[in-house]
Design a binder for this molecule. Structure first.
Ligand code: C5P
Length: 230
């Protein structure tokens, strides 16, 4: 089986409040998306990486041309992004059909996680090699968790025992992942769609540096991580 990267990058990133979509916000000298792509481009086990952008995206060509990844042949841009992350991933999977077999692995990764690197990709692949289902990078939850009532009162404390926060990449075989996402409704990650089929994805320890850039203040933290200062 081969390994493919699939990066949904068709969101607008409303919580960032930036003029440009967040995947193109500059972090340590490169658009966020380029950092995520570079992690795949630098990992020899990855056969090819697909990026899903929205059909009217006016940034991706410039961002790639200006980066060190320019001219790489193992990268395809698919202009098939949809209304939700799930749609973008599913449209991407359909568009990859010709190049990928049902038994090949697909590693789906958020463009908004620029802290991914080759070591984390290799850790995920090594942990799941030969696995029948697949799995995802994730981290045990360290905070005490509260569920709010209809206002902002505490309705309950959720025991954090055995709770993990999901990251990406999430790695499943092409055939299984496509079947799961074709059937799923309203999932925010790939693993939930697999779980809905009654299967059990494996949790593989990720890293705090692989956090999702969501709010404006996250940019500075991501820069520190990328410069090796955090
Ligand atoms: O908004 P959020 O941070 O949850 O998005 C996670 C990833 O999904 C981002 O890389 C974003 O670009 C992508 N996305 C997408 N299509 C959408 C919404 C989000 O590809 N419609």
């Amino acid at each position: 089986a081969r390994y493919f990267g699939l990066i949904p990058a068709a969101g607008i990133g409303a919580r960032m409040g930036s003029a440009i979509p967040k995947q193109y916000v500059n972090i340590a000298g490169q658009p966020m998306l380029v950092h995520a792509l570079a992690a795949f481009a630098q990992t020899p086990m990855i056969a090819h990486t697909f990026v899903v952008v929205s059909p009217d995206d006016g940034y991706v060509d410039g961002a790639l041309a200006a980066s060190a990844l320019a001219g790489r042949v193992d990268l395809s841009v698919l202009r098939v992004g949809g209304a939700t992350r799930q749609d973008s991933v599913l449209h991407g999977l359909r568009a990859m059909r010709e190049q990928v077999g049902d038994d090949d692995w697909v590693l789906v990764h958020d463009a908004a996680r620029p802290g991914l690197d080759g070591e984390l990709i290799e850790r995920l692949i090594a942990a799941l090699k030969g696995d029948e289902v697949g799995g995802l990078l994730a981290l045990p939850v360290v905070d005490t968790l509260k569920r709010a009532d209809a206002g902002q009162g505490v309705a309950e404390t959720v025991p954090r025992e055995r709770l993990w926060a999901a990251q990406t990449p999430q790695m499943f075989s092409y055939g299984l992942l496509r079947r799961a996402l074709e059937q799923a409704t309203d999932v925010t990650d790939e693993a939930s769609a697999i779980e809905a089929l009654g299967l059990v994805p494996k949790l593989v320890e990720g890293s705090t540096r692989n956090f999702k850039v969501t709010l404006p203040q996250d940019v500075a933290l991501a820069e520190l991580h990328l410069k090796g200062q955090a």
